[in-house]
Write a protein that binds this ligand. Sequence first.
Ligand SMILES: [Zn+2]
Length: 324
Amino acid sequence: MTLAKGDVVRVQNAYSKEYRGQVQVNFGFRTVVAKEAADALPEYKPGTGAPYMGKPTPVRVVDLREGASNVQVTARILSVERREVEVDGTPKAVFSGVLADETGKTQFSAWKDFGLADGEVIRIDGAYVKTWRGIPQISFDERATITRLKPDLLPPLDVLSASPRMWIEDLAERGGAADVTVRGILIDLREGSGLVYRCPECRRVLRKGVCRLHGEVKGEPDLRVKAVLDDGSGALTAVFDRELTEALLDKTLDACIEAARNAMSTDVVRDELADVLVAQPIEVRGDVTSDDYGLMMIVASAKMLKVDVQTEAREMLEGLEGSA
Ligand SMILES: [Zn+2]
């Protein structure tokens, strides 16, 4: 039987487990699943509807996971602003921004005016978690209660605003995160790195002068790097824009175009990037998203690390021998 989003099913002989404070229903080999009429249940709308049952579960920011509801979060508001959005055709005010505790930062959306202000420390009881491209985000509405706490309960704003260092393995388990720092080694450049030409209409990278949507167009030159970054726990694709690529290469876009013209191939730019980047330790900071192809970081800032990799490896081996 294939199941689709929106199906109504009757599940017999399932069992439940608790995972990170959330109840999970698990299907085993004795479980029987049967389809029911589509109108047997009202349409499910996440984040709206019935009040929560029971006490909220305290969750740290780093442990927020998609689908969790009725959670309790204690955090400092790093920023908040009012926006107008349309929900089912009617304009609605949403108060969104970034909040943080000692474990990390997250975007939030408040669907009611709680009078939130930058810098204050609050406890939210009755929030729920949604994701945007894999990044868990917190939402709360009129079902939630906000309690103002002492400002010194959490570290100050500048400390919480820092980008936490994370392992790729943990990012993969979370699905993504906003503004994190990863250290690793660039092990390979992906296709489409170096000097590329973009469609003037949609900014897609052209292949042999052709845009997937707009056909043959006069491309606009750009520089970018898509590289595989490995930190020993996992790998992600790191995407560097023109500005970062110019800085890493210590060369302008114009200089790259000139070099490619002289060599009659854009490969020279790619080769030079590979020389500079591949097998080098680097620290990158940015948002990490995920999709079917895995994790991707849009790099906001980067620095090559002057780490002596051989020394680090030797120290690690000595450490291992010492503990054996
Ligand atoms: Zn196009």
